[in-house]
Design a protein around this ligand. Structure first.
Ligand SMILES: C[S@@+](CC[C@H](N)C(=O)[O-])C[C@H]1O[C@@H](n2cnc3c(N)ncnc32)[C@H](O)[C@@H]1O
Length: 347
């Protein structure tokens, strides 16, 4: 079937000249069975055209396929392009578990753009080879105030995080408590101290929301991302999804928090110490999706780091189609890699 996806015009504001290329790459890797993804103009309106057999299936498979298309970060509407040239609008149910204000209300410097976060989550999940059932959990080990975590909740996945700025975790906790109360969603949410062997390890935000047919959980530790495996212990995750610090300075401070001061200010040093830890925390078949500033670290160097950590990088075709300019200091790219079976001897 030939489909035309109408993209949200807001994407142009986020990605400027790269909006169509990014949306096409996202569709190519994450829409079920999408082939021949090409920009099309019909009667002066721009669409992304693609071919797929995923809708010529059982009702349940068709609904699941439409949901994945509707989750595209730029999705606005979908049409079937009929052989006679007419466009037939396809009814697509809202795929999200929450209203989008869960992700859009918080506004703060350093927040990762919401649309981009959804893209990063989508393309990472598309690479996951282990089951994504209702226990599946996404870890953002540099989670800030939680854009990835709430985006994961929207998609029906549990969320886990680590963030070095205690204030960010406090603000996430305060926002989520108010949000869940205001929306009258049954929940439990608290920020608790973490102690192990008599020593304080910071704090943890724990939340559970009880939806009509299931629960969703969120857990966020304060602490350094290189301690993530220590903080999360034996827990393994289906996906690790994170927007790495860009190596830019907000006020007097760099957004990279290192251990030894000045030389740690480049994201390359942080990633070098962290990628192996995150790889270890993935289940077999789990996927890592990482966005970073290429001004501070070449793609080839990051590919080498991730490969050394035992993951297999998706480095061909549309997987290479996500690089885009954010501003004069930030050129952002996305790398996705999968953990092969048996990569970790200890589980
Ligand atoms: C690009 S921001 C991610 C923002 C997040 N996606 C959001 O929308 O709130 C990177 C985050 O990494 C955190 N960070 C930097 N160094 C860290 C470290 N060593 N351990 C844990 N978090 C760190 C920063 O405080 C910042 O919140």
């Amino acid at each position: 079937m030939r489909l035309l996806m109408l993209a949200n015009p807001g994407a142009n504001r986020v990605y400027a000249a790269h909006a169509t290329t990014l949306a096409a790459a996202e569709l190519a890797v994450s829409a079920p069975g999408a082939r021949e993804v090409t920009p099309r103009t019909v009667a002066g309106v721009s669409y992304l055209g693609f071919e797929t057999d995923a809708l010529d299936a059982t009702e349940a498979e068709r609904t699941a396929a439409l949901r994945r298309i509707a989750r595209q970060s730029t999705f606005l509407a979908l049409f079937e392009e009929r052989p006679d040239g007419l466009l037939r609008p396809l009814e697509v149910a809202d795929p999200d578990l929450f209203e989008d204000d869960l992700v859009t209300i918080p506004k703060y410097p350093g927040k990762t753009n919401e649309q981009f976060t959804r893209l990063l989550l989508n393309v990472t999940l598309a690479a996951v080879e282990c089951p994504l059932d209702e226990h599946a959990t996404v870890l953002d080990p540099l989670c800030g105030r939680g854009t990835t975590l709430t985006t994961a909740w929207m998609a029906g996945l549990n969320a886990a995080g680590v963030e070095v700025e205690e204030k960010a975790v406090e603000q996430l906790a305060a926002f989520l408590k108010t949000y869940l109360r205001r929306k009258r969603l049954k929940h439990r949410a608290e920020l608790v101290p973490v102690r192990r062997e008599g020593k304080s390890l910071g704090r943890k935000f724990e939340a559970t929301v009880h939806l009509p047919d299931r629960d969703l959980t969120m857990g966020v530790f304060t602490g350094d991302t290189r301690s993530s495996a220590k903080l999360w212990g034996k827990r393994r995750f289906e996906a690790v999804v994170t927007d790495a610090p860009y190596g830019v300075v907000h006020g007097a401070r760099s957004d990279v928090v290192g251990t030894t001061g000045k030389r740690d200010r480049s994201p390359a040093g942080l990633l070098k110490g962290a990628v192996g830890v995150w790889a270890h925390q993935l289940k077999d078949g789990g996927a890592l999706g990482l966005s970073w500033n290429t001004h501070g670290l070449d793609r080839a160097d990051l590919v080498a780091m991730v490969t050394e950590a035992g993951l297999v990088v998706k480095d061909e075709g549309p997987w290479r189609g996500f690089e885009h300019r954010v501003d004069a200091a930030i050129q952002r790219d996305v790398l996705v890699a999968v953990k092969p079976d048996g990569a970790d001897p200890d589980h």
